[in-house]
Design a protein around this ligand. Sequence first.
Ligand code: ADP
Ligand code: MG
Length: 682
Amino acid sequence: MAKLTDPITVLKGVGPSKAKQFATLNIFTLEDLLCHFPRGYEDRTRLITIDKLEVDKPACFRAMVMGTPQTHKVRKGLDITKVRVADHTARLNLTFFNQKFTTDRLVYGKEYIFYGTLTGDYVGYSMTSPVFEELDSPPILTRRVMPIYPLTAGLSNASVLKAVEQALAICPTPGEVLPESVRAQYGILPAERAYQAIHQPASMTEAELAKKRLIFEEFFVFSAGLSLMRAARAGKKLPPYKDTELQAFYGALPFSLTGAQLRAIGEIVNDLKRGTPMNRLVQGDVGSGKTMVAAAAAYLAVKNGKQAALMAPTEILAEQHYKSLSKLLTPLGVRVSLLTGSLTPKNKKEVRSLIEAGETDLVVGTHALVSESTVFCDLGLVIADEQHRFGVGQRSALSGKGADPHLLVMSATPIPRTLALLMYGDLEVSILDELPPGRQQTDTFLVGESYRARINAFIRKQVAEGHQCYVVCPAVEENGDLDITAATVWAETLQKTVFPDLRVALLHGQMKGAEKEAVMGSFARQEADVLVATTVIEVGVDVPNATLMVIEDADRFGLSQLHQLRGRVGRGSAKSYCILVSHSKNADTNGRLKALCSTTDGFKIAEEDLKLRGPGDFFGARQSGLPVFRVASLSCDLQTLKEAQQASARWIEAEGTAQTPEAMALRSRIGTLFQRSQGTMN
Ligand code: ADP
Ligand code: MG
């Protein structure tokens, strides 16, 4: 019996070169292989007679070969083999391309089981390249539910299938981690059967059951992990903050805070006074003023003699935060420093030594710099801006550091409640559901290519009025897909032929950090009129003078992402606009985009997105902050997700820390999962 941790090369037929191909799919061990789930199935169980075959509906049939297969060379590199087969109901012509080796196995007068798709019309039907097996052979290609695996160049579905089959035969499946009571309550397959059935289902129904079980397991384990993390942090003791007076802070603000901001700050104050580490998520739409909430928290930490760190996902954002926070907090006696990758090594060293010596109070920087190699003198509060890059792996790493600072996570990505529970089950939530006064709604329009002249005229008009525009493209460079607008090409076209008299700038993710900063900086200083960009501008960029955003190929983006992008305009007092350009003729797609034109409520949009695309895609799009969900990429339903969430919350509360084999198996799986997600966080 082989072990799950054995390399896949223990399998027959898997040598070093096959192993290399498997490695590109992240499959190294037998366990990886058994966890490489099919992305779908072909139901090849239907066995019918030839006269019942229907065009475009693949099926199996049993037929006799009515002649010796005839192969013709059409041209160099192209052979065609034709053969006629029949059953008692009808005859059928089969055609194969370059498969002489295969068709040589078809013997005149013998019967086989075929599986293929009928093509043609009343003039004549035929079938191209069906697969076939002898009557008494085991059902491998026909008469079964065929799993379809995610593949990579050089690796065929048949090779994966064979490897998996062998693995199932020679080693145990990954162990059971779902408590028996939970399985009984939700009617869930045991682990062993689920792994067998996901790879070798007897029917489509069984495949579904297996999938459900594995999805349930994955979410159950993940949310159980969050619950445990939360419980562990809640058990830690910290000296409560005593000095929670905020009048001086409020007095320094150029505006008064919104009710929602005050409420969130109140909740944070309560957390900080409690004597256990804060775990709070502040969720608020773009522009709702999360930075000021963070500033209040940082101010309190510093007043209580602690250091605070604010981590931003990009350098651009870190610098913006640094500027606004030092302007606000320096007069209040808070020493603010900036720590980003583009500082010179000497400067970095200087800032780090200030931090270590406790000679700076608030450090603003990028996630990597603040979290990895920086030693704090007395870190009391960590603020993470734009959480979807600050995943559970980072959260657990943070508390693993031992110091257990207070944690404040800020997110502009509205996440439907169901998913939020799953993704942030370890966090309390404050919601900023109110925008600062004076904001105008961004008018959004969906248009097609026929509007091009009008779009260009509109860009001109905005610029003539002293404003700036973003043009967002889905790709950086042309990649063969001619339907996608590439930022580099489009920027050149706009500058050379459409707006030779305007200043067009280009920003994309493949540019170097410093280059990006330079472009962003000059756009912020109004040294460019039009900024052609990819989604790098999605998070946090703040140029209030930009009043128009044109999104090319809008149908290529998810709704929540479009909403996020749109948040880059409408940040000043001038009326702002967003134009979605779509060439899609698909009614669903356009319906989806229209929904965006009619609402600016990020939560509604996220719910819609979730309904339309399902949790699989939702996770896919935001993988950065999440552990690698292996099954979530299979489509899964919200119901399963909810059940898993509830079941795990209940079970962890009752038995989470017990020393039973069940609880220990679960905790060990959680450990592996969180470790794996630490490796993949960005
Ligand atoms: P978020 O991070 O939530 O997208 P920011 O914190 O960047 O939003 O705030 C957006 C803009 O609104 C900033 O220019 C900020 O100074 C301003 N702002 C924040 N709170 C208020 C308020 N209560 N009244 C007026 N303007 C505000
Ligand atoms: Mg922000």
